[in-house]
Ligand binder design. Structure first.
Ligand code: C5P
Length: 301
């Protein structure tokens, strides 16, 4: 590849089919048993040689994306360049389709995507383990954006064990107006659990078995998110969205990660279309998107 060519990487969103949260640790993070599932909504990151590090973004939510060095894509390029003693002279373009600040790891996707794209553009051939270590420095969800598929995340969510998935699952995601700040949702979790013992988080064997066998009904019965009560306290209107999706025939509904996106598991693609239409007309969300899982992790396209 010549030095002037661009590299484009596609990165999926995620939903947490289980998010078990432990007590706050001394470093402020929480130990998790976090079962990630990558879903087929994607951001595309294109990197092109430039005079200096620069970020642009297009897409319906582009106005909410920071274009400075706080963007995880910029931080990824800087971290990789620093390790190799090179100048991160690159234009990073983000074609954003994942909801912003929505609990679907859109920012993490951009970090993982920029890392893989720059590694390819600069022909660095960094090992998978080192890329994962850089991802973990960037944020708790970034390693999963790189690997995709399904995985159990322990520690603060960054220590991954890939999981087998025996079939496709069909989802609808209801996108809310505005975002929710992840630290604020965790703080609300702390407030709600103050003075009560918080059990150590562990993965639910029934949920792992449902993933392994590709059984949507069993997965629906096992979905759980310990952050959901906190997200509902901060955004009470999400209860109406969850109720609208359930009334429209979803097998189960839950808040995605720290929210405010809500996720609806359906039995097949036709049911997903029906639930999406019902959510559209319910007036309880900004838009509803259909997507299936699992999806591949960050991939050069
Ligand atoms: O790792 P990341 O930068 O994505 O985390 C964002 C914030 O979410 C953290 O600063 C922390 O407030 C909260 N968090 C947490 N425990 C985790 C992951 C994130 O408290 N396991």
């Amino acid at each position: 590849m010549s030095a002037t060519e661009s590299v484009r990487v596609r990165v999926p969103a995620k939903v947490n089919v289980q998010l078990a949260v432990g007590a706050a640790r001394p470093d402020g993070f929480h130990d998790l048993a976090n079962v990630f599932l990558a879903v087929g909504l994607y951001d595309e990151i294109t990197v092109t040689p430039a005079d200096e590090l620069r970020i642009t973004c297009t897409g319906p939510d582009a106005a909410q994306v920071p274009l400075d060095r706080t963007n995880l894509a910029a931080r990824a390029a800087l971290a990789l360049a620093q390790r190799h003693g090179i100048d991160p002279r690159v234009h990073i373009h983000i074609a954003k389709d994942i909801p912003v600040a929505g609990g679907m790891a859109g920012g993490s996707a951009d970090g993982a995507g920029a890392l893989l794209a720059c590694d390819t553009l600069w022909s660095l051939d960094t090992s998978r383990d080192e890329l994962l270590a850089i991802c973990a420095e960037l944020g708790s969800d970034v390693p999963f954006s790189l690997i995709g598929g399904a995985a159990l995340g322990t520690g603060r969510g960054e220590q991954l064990t890939p999981l087998a998935v025996g079939g496709d699952f069909h989802w609808v995601f209801a996108v809310a107006d505005g975002g929710l700040s992840t630290p604020t949702v965790f703080r609300e979790f702390d407030r709600r659990t103050e003075g009560t013992p918080v059990p150590a988080p562990s993965a639910d064997p029934a949920l792992l078995e449902a993933l392994r066998t590709g059984d949507a009904t069993a997965l629906a019965g096992a979905l759980s998110n310990d952050l959901q009560p906190a997200a509902l306290t901060l955004r009470p209107s999400l209860a109406d969205t969850l109720a609208a999706g359930t009334a429209a025939g979803a097998l189960a509904s839950l808040v995605s990660g720290s929210g405010p996106t809500t996720a609806f598991l359906t039995k097949d693609p036709d049911a997903a279309k029906e639930v999406a239409e019902a959510l559209h007309t319910s007036g309880t969300c900004r838009t509803a998107r259909v997507a299936s899982s699992p999806a591949k992790g960050a991939t050069v396209v």
